[in-house]
Design a protein around this ligand. Structure first.
Ligand SMILES: Cc1ncc(COP(=O)(O)O)c(C=O)c1O
Length: 414
């Protein structure tokens, strides 16, 4: 966190080579050497061979619920019913698995459907989970209002403090749930260090990689067992589709999640899977621009007299800066800041923004501004996850950064 006006602002160069290794990949991209291909190539080709029937370069939208069987029980390539398997969804699943360096990917109707299905695969009533003390509000609601009554207990811990996570673990802990960077305070957790805690506890380390995207951070390579995404955000990238994903390192766990996915039914439909797959092709180029714009905006806010604190892991005095530099390629497109004049000033800035769209969600090409305390995190009011009232969150888009800076200048002008 950078406090104004005294502290010096600076941004480290990107961490070298972070997130680039995808060794061991075999799925998707049939006929080509996917194991040696780099991120931007996989984003365009993994799981996306030309259609075998027509040669269509883009995987078609298979809008079908069922499939002709050649004889009773004789399926074509395992296709029986689209809740279980659909070619458009499979293309997305293979692509996401390749991008995260996982053995298997599974695409869901939303990030929350992915989280719920995963947690009910990994846990049973009587088990315990450790969750971030500044988790995404919907994740907190899932644990506290849905899974706790089902029988899953949980403890919220400060994930940037590895010892406090270790202390929160009990003999019933089956899951350590990680967000990094966190939403909306942009805290950073050391994935490799938490993987060690999970190993000692014999628990699964799950990383919600929504804020970073696989372009910036690949948790499976750092020791995590599972990655979760709200693909609604950077992966889809255009604010036009809601979706979620689970990517696992272990194929056997992949089978178990697939069993639950089919049993519970929260799958991504073919139209949504197709839109998400179209978005993911440009993930790398979009993320570079998101990061560039966010770095410029964080620097600008650090020098603004009405801003009391800027929360961005790219700032050298952010407490998680070094860890972020170790595990991320760059520092992401999300910037939060606090207003010296308190909550009313924060709300005013949100209402005055013109180019920054006032709205929830994040990760799209257009810039968004929001007041977490009254919008995305309103449900955390009065809980340990309550966020400060003077906080504003920006999802920095890929517009021309000079226009974004001009909009912030007028929105912050009193
Ligand atoms: C970090 C994070 N995880 C999960 C979710 C839930 O995803 P969805 O809205 O696609 O259900 C969100 C949504 O904002 C999120 O920000």
């Amino acid at each position: 966190m950078t406090t104004n006006p005294s502290s010096r602002v600076g941004l480290l160069a990107r961490a070298p080579g972070c997130g680039a290794s995808l060794s061991g990949m075999t799925h998707g991209n049939r006929g080509k050497d996917a194991a040696s291909q780099k991120f931007d190539t996989l984003a365009i080709h993994a799981g996306q061979e030309p259609d075998p029937l027509t040669g269509a370069v883009v995987p078609p939208i298979y809008a079908t619920s069922t499939y002709h069987q050649d004889a009773v029980g004789e399926l074509r390539d395992g296709y029986e019913y689209s809740r279980t398997k659909n070619p458009t969804r499979l293309a997305l699943e293979e692509c996401l698995a390749a991008l995260e360096g996982g053995a298997r990917g599974l695409a869901f109707a939303s990030g929350m459907a992915a989280e719920d299905t995963l947690l009910r695969t990994l846990c049973k009533p009587g088990d315990h989970a450790v969750i971030p003390n500044d988790a995404y509000g919907g994740t907190y609601r899932l644990f506290s209002k849905v899974l706790e009554p089902w029988g899953l207990s949980w403890t919220a811990a400060k994930l940037s403090d590895v010892d406090s996570v270790r202390q929160a673990v009990t003999e019933d802990t089956k899951v350590i749930w990680v967000e990094t960077p966190t939403n909306p305070l942009l805290g950073i957790a050391d994935i490799a260090a938490l993987a060690e805690v999970a190993r000692e506890a014999r628990a699964a380390l799950v990383v919600d990689n929504t804020f970073a995207s696989p372009y910036l951070q690949q948790p499976l390579g750092l020791g995590a067992h599972v990655v979760v995404h709200s693909t609604t955000k950077y992966i889809g990238g255009h604010s036009d589709v809601v979706g979620g994903a689970v990517i696992v390192k272990d194929p056997e766990l992949g089978e178990r999640v697939a069993f639950h996915q089919n049993s519970v039914g929260g799958i991504a439909g073919p139209f949504d899977a197709w839109l998400t797959l179209r978005g993911v092709k440009t993930l790398g180029v979009r993320m570079d621009r998101h990061c560039y714009n966010a770095e410029r905006i964080a620097e600008y806010l650090c020098g603004h007299p009405r801003v009391s604190a800027v929360l961005y892991p790219g700032l050298v005095d952010h407490p998680g800066h070094d860890v972020a530099g170790k595990q991320m390629r760059r520092y992401g497109g999300m910037v939060s800041f606090r207003l010296a004049d308190g909550e009313a000033a924060a709300v005013r800035a949100c209402n005055r923004a013109k180019l920054f769209v006032l709205g929830e969600s994040l990760g799209g090409v257009e810039s968004l501004i929001e007041h977490p305390g009254r919008m995305t995190h309103a449900s955390a009011a009065g809980s340990p996850l309550e966020v400060p009232g003077d906080l504003v969150r920006l999802s920095v888009g890929i517009e021309d950064v000079d226009d974004l800076l001009a909009d912030l200048e007028q929105a912050l002008h009193e």
